[in-house]
Design a protein. Sequence first.
Length: 256
Amino acid sequence: MTINDGPIVEDDLQAYVDGRLPEVRHAAVEAYLAQNPDVRERITLDIRQRNALRGQLEGKFAEPVPPRLWLANIRAARRNTMMWRLKAVAASLLVFTVGAGAGWFAANHEALAPPVTTAVAQNANAAYRTYVVEVAHPVEVASAQEAHLIQWLSRRLGKPLAAPDLMPFGYRLMGGRLLPGNGSAAAQLMYDDASGKRLTLYVRAAEGSETAFRFQRDGEAATFAWIDQGFGFAVTAPATREELLPIAEAVYRRFN
């Protein structure tokens, strides 16, 4: 359909949803939507979801940034970590050069292992890939038994869990399952949206103090992982970093 300056394209529709459409195109887009009810219904849903998301995040924007997320503190922590690793490497090379035992070198070499959040993200991604493709048995206990599921997983993990409400992002709870997790139990909650796209929340015991979010992408699957209160958390979905971050923040607030 051609009105005024040209045909209505997807960029016009998205700008309309975001409230950044130029005034000269506004009337043209509204006329187009009036003549295309299917498109109008989709755009109305997009606007509703955008407003719901903004409502969820307004309170977060008003909160002061916690000290652990201050850029200066993050940089200082990274500098300290890097200096510690460089010292460990130097010590290892020195001992290796003078012919110390291989056992001592191996023990210090382990100090250079990836951060705990990386391991949590990798475990979560592996569990996601294993079960997200399941059709008949994607979960061990379905959402119809949510109270039993949460009680069972909480008891096995030794932590009071909850199933965060992700409906503002379009995801509903499907259920969950118990998983092995580095010598202890781990939990996986699975969600899906109206299109069938699935998202998982992974939780297991994890020592450390790295509470800042760590982002990882493996193919189409993206993961945000963090450590808090002695547990590792990870949210995984086939989404962009920008799409997944507000969901991870909502989960973080739910457990914090």
